[in-house]
Design a protein around this ligand. Structure first.
Ligand code: NAD
Length: 459
């Protein structure tokens, strides 16, 4: 019998739970969780308690400084990186240089320089493996949106030529005043941690377009700004407190997050604060936000196609609209994830079973709908049914992604090309990085100005 692959999880925050639960339940025959790594050992302790609820023993806890020792002591095969974005590079490069495989959360990293170092490390690992005649370690980027049945259907339709050759894309993504606001309460509000939302969030969307069109971004122009959140806005929503916990001014504020009403969040963030000083529930209008909340982007792809893209993070509802114009017609997709935000949304989900289910993309009272339509020339439009579409986490993408990553199906053929490598991770990132650079410089940016194109050749 093939022995189980040994996985270590770096970054014991909210997202880690998706991978942990999948490892120790659905995929326990093929996979073994052997360690947690974090700068905050109390957060690891919370995860270890939650493992107990699943009937799994606690696993060894390592401080981030002991990452290299952990790899050897725990004989790790694959490192799962779910830490703060800016820290991904350290663990991806560290694992690849130690000839271990990596599964990393998006965004793969936050800057062009660190992206280059990751691509170089992957290349070095492949060269060492080739010289030794052994399989090379892999670097997978966990783009769960590629596994959402609605997104798969779009890929299938476009690849089948349903609307002919693609001329252009119009893509609008709305983050509502719960989910969008949340980026302004957390570490994400500092661009040095997250790269801003065009990197942190839009890397999902830019990856989807690369994948849907089988194209790569070439040139990007953007205009970004912080319009709604942050200090000193004239709209009058700011109640002047620093953080919600313990603040009378935050009571009844629809923008406040009530950690006290969410036991999992309380355990993961409030009760661990003394360790690292991280505050999870900042006022979204408190000073210090260096990311933007309203971004307009124009992309030219190597196929000749163009995309107009808009992300805004202060919408009354959450979801997206995609329009793809082709030589034989047009595809339109409307996904309303939440049709509105209930006023006490920051305090809702108190009885959620997992930390992951406290996040948007999960079922709630405000659930929306999905509508996919084909508009061929000279014919009435037709609605495309997506029977597999679900209200599960990320449209069911998480369960399908982890199944693909953990069951060894990565060794088999993937006709949809869903498995994303470090090159896909880089290409998804580069649209956002080029957009940020363009907005700052006030000129279009070529992707080739940011990362050496030679490093983006497929391995
Ligand atoms: N694909 C998705 O749908 C999805 C959803 C949520 C988050 N994510 C990604 O998962 C990652 C984690 O996000 P989260 O929401 O769990 O955030 P989080 O704040 O809950 O967790 C981040 C963890 O990283 C730890 N950390 C910080 N600095 C570290 C360091 N130097 N070394 C090791 N650990 C460190 C923190 O202590 C914390 O436990 C991010 O990269 C995010 O983009 C992806």
């Amino acid at each position: 019998m093939r022995s189980r692959r040994r996985y270590a999880v770096v970054g014991a925050g909210a997202r880690a739970e998706t991978f942990v639960r999948s490892l120790v339940t659905a995929h326990k025959e093929q996979a073994e969780l052997v360690a947690f790594v974090d700068v905050n050992l109390k957060r690891i302790a919370a995860h270890n308690r939650w493992l107990g609820e699943l009937g799994h023993p606690a696993v060894p806890a390592y401080h981030a400084d002991d990452f290299a020792r952990m790899l050897d002591e725990q004989r790790v095969d694959t490192v799962i990186v779910t830490s703060m974005d800016v820290t991904h590079e350290r663990y991806i490069v560290g694992a690849l240089d130690a000839d271990r495989s990596v599964i990393t959360e998006k965004p793969m990293t936050t800057t062009a320089e660190s992206c280059t170092r990751i691509l170089q490390a992957a290349r070095r690992a492949r060269e060492r493996a080739a010289a030794a005649g052994i399989p090379a370690p892999t670097c997978a980027v966990a783009f769960n949106y590629r596994y959402n049945p609605t997104h798969v259907k779009v890929r299938e339709l476009l690849a089948s030529g349903a609307i002919g050759t693609i001329g252009s894309v119009h893509f609008e993504w709305l983050l509502d005043v719960r989910h969008g606001a949340d980026y302004f309460r957390r570490w994400h509000r500092d661009a040095a941690n997250s790269g801003g939302l065009l990197v942190h969030k839009s890397s999902h969307h830019f990856d989807l377009v690369n994948w849907w069109l089988s194209a790569r971004p070439a040139r990007v122009f953007a205009a970004n700004r912080l319009f709604f959140y942050g200090a000193g806005r004239p709209h009058g929503y700011d109640r002047g407190y620093e953080r919600a916990y313990g603040s009378p001014a935050a009571k009844g504020d629809p923008f406040a997050l009530d950690l006290d009403r969410q036991p999992r969040m309380r355990e993961l963030y409030l009760e661990t604060e003394a360790e690292d000083g991280y505050i999870r529930d900042r006022n979204v209008f408190a000073p210090g936000a260096t990311i933007d909340d309203d971004m307009a982007v124009l992309v030219q792809y190597d196929s000749g196609a163009t995309m107009t893209y808009h992300l805004h993070a202060y919408a009354p509802w959450e979801g997206y609209r995609l329009m793809v114009n082709g030589s034989r017609g047009r595809l339109e997709l409307e996904v309303v994830e939440t049709a509105y935000v209930a006023p006490d949304a920051g305090a809702a989900s108190a009885d959620a079973g997992t930390i992951a289910s406290l996040y948007p993309g999960h079922s709630g009272v405000e659930n929306g709908w999905t509508k996919l339509t084909l508009h061929p020339f000279w014919q009435p439009p037709s609605t495309v049914e997506i029977p597999e579409a679900t209200q599960e986490a990320h449209g069911g993408g998480d369960a399908r992604l982890t199944a693909d990553l953990f069951t060894g199906s990565a060794l088999t053929v993937d006709p949809l090309g869903r498995r994303a490598t470090e090159v896909d991770g880089a290409l998804a990132l580069l649209t956002g990085l080029a957009a940020n650079a363009s907005s700052a410089a006030g000129r279009p940016y070529d992707v080739a100005e940011l990362v050496d194109p030679d490093l983006l050749k497929e391995s």
